[in-house]
Design a protein around this ligand. Structure first.
Ligand code: NAP
Ligand code: MG
Length: 398
């Protein structure tokens, strides 16, 4: 059997702990036997980030800009305990934050739906993908306690030194106040990433905000989305047979719950934070969520939404078999390979990505699954298998 050829390499970002082990298993068992894999390899494991002063993370993001498609393994975001554990000279920043800042991208989280694991909302038959605006609002705000009798004001100083001043509140008793912001540029990038991704997915785009109450701030989001849609995307959406629609955020929540899924839901930063956990929970499991960072310039980085599964890793180091669920990481690979195939016009690669996903889901539907899914599944023939057994069953089907 001749292996599938790739034209352009994808950027491969290796990572940490259990997911680093799974990463190699996936490559050895499911990918390398069938594809002549071409990757530009960056080791984002914490040891190498320390060794390179985190330059490797920056280099991998720059490579993604250049090559257009990346696949990333989960990585440790160091905290004080990790600084001790890995003898770090610095508490290196989150690789995902570094990559996102360089690519100026939006993160899309999408559940993988599988037979036998029903969402808590039974009408949700198709995935709901959440796009979270990852800049500004309360995440980049200043806030303060305000003593009784004080006045809080919003002052904007123009470049020429002139000021506008509004009273936020005249406090009688003690209280609190906050100032937050966003930028037109960031909202525009967010909007373009969402419109592009909806076209990629061939799904409707919904956007909700609170413009009836926030007549300047939230209204700006609504206006920018509408402007960009009319000027750049309306025709393409109509041609693709998909729809963009705006509604108030509370109406959006009600419609989402009543829906059957199958659309992209763009959320402001806080709404996305809250609603992505709601959607992930309804669909069942963190180990079945993928995540894509899409930049407005058209670069994509695919990964699993979960972390490095540390608790499993410590058990693995003690000699137990790997039992973590590799599906989200596998779908990160298939997402990247499919996108590479589409961009390079290599249909064999696209076809392989589709077949690999189908095989992964068919093995589960036929009863073989890791423990996390076993606990959720209503399949009568279900049995628990370890990570390697599950991957080998996929390879056998391929
Ligand atoms: P986690 O790795 O997502 O794991 C949390 C728990 O969720 C696990 O202990 C496990 O539960 C379950 N789980 C998650 N993925 C699973 C899978 N594939 N198969 C089976 N069970 C799975 O989150 P964490 O323990 O909070 O974080 C660990 C490390 O990951 C941290 O250092 C954090 O910085 C990093 N992290 C990285 C990313 C990223 O790179 N994008 C994202 C989040 C966290 P049980 O133990 O009950 O089986
Ligand atoms: Mg959250």
């Amino acid at each position: 059997m001749s292996k599938i050829q790739m034209k352009t390499p994808i950027v491969e970002m290796d990572g940490d702990e259990m997911t680093r082990i799974i990463w190699k298993m996936i490559k050895d068992t499911v990918l390398s036997p069938f594809i002549d894999l071409k990757t530009e390899y960056y080791d984002l494991g914490l040891e190498n980030r320390e060794k390179t002063g985190d330059q490797v993370t920056i280099d991998s993001a720059e490579a993604t800009k250049r090559l257009g498609v990346a696949v990333k393994c989960a990585t440790i975001t160091p905290n004080a305990q990790r600084v001790d554990e890995y003898h770090l000279t610095k508490m290196w920043p989150s690789p995902n934050a570094t990559i996102r800042a360089i690519l100026d991208g939006t993160v899309f989280r999408r559940p993988i739906i599988v037979d036998g694991v029903s969402p808590y909302i039974p009408t949700w038959r198709k995935p709901i993908t959440i796009a979270r605006h990852a800049y500004g609002d309360i995440y980049k705000s200043v806030e303060t306690k305000v003593p009784a009798g004080a006045k809080a004001e919003l002052v904007v100083t123009a470049p020429d030194g002139s000021e506008t001043r509004q009273t936020v509140f005249q406090f009688k008793g003690d209280g609190i106040a906050m100032g937050m912001h966003n930028t037109d540029a960031s909202i525009r990038s967010f909007a373009r990433s969402c419109f592009n991704y909806a076209l990629d997915l061939h799904e409707d785009l919904w956007f909700g905000a609170k413009d009836t109450i926030s007549k300047t701030y939230d209204h700006r989001f609504k206006d920018i989305f509408a402007e960009i849609y009319e000027a750049e995307y309306k025709e393409r959406f109509e041609k693709a047979g998909i729809e963009y629609f705006y509604t108030l955020i509370d109406d959006a929540v009600a419609r989402v719950v009543r829906s059957e899924g199958g659309f992209l839901w763009a959320c402001k930063n806080y709404d996305g934070d809250v609603m992505s956990d709601m959607v992930a929970t309804v669909f069942g499991s963190l180990s079945m969520m993928t995540s894509v960072l899409a930049s407005p310039s058209g670069a994509y980085e695919y990964e699993a939404a979960h972390g490095t599964v540390t608790r499993h890793y410590y058990r693995y180091l003690k000699g137990e078999a790997a039992v973590a669920n590799p599906v989200a990481t596998l779908f990160a690979w298939s997402g990247a390979l499919r996108k590479r195939g589409e961009l390079d016009e290599t249909p064999d690669l696209v076809d392989f990505a589709n077949r690999m996903e189908k095989a992964a889901l068919d093995v589960i539907a036929d009863g073989q699954m890791t423990k996390d899914l076993y606990l959720l599944s209503t399949n009568e023939n279900k049995q628990i298998v370890d990570t390697q057994t599950y991957l080998s069953a996929i390879a056998a089907r391929l």
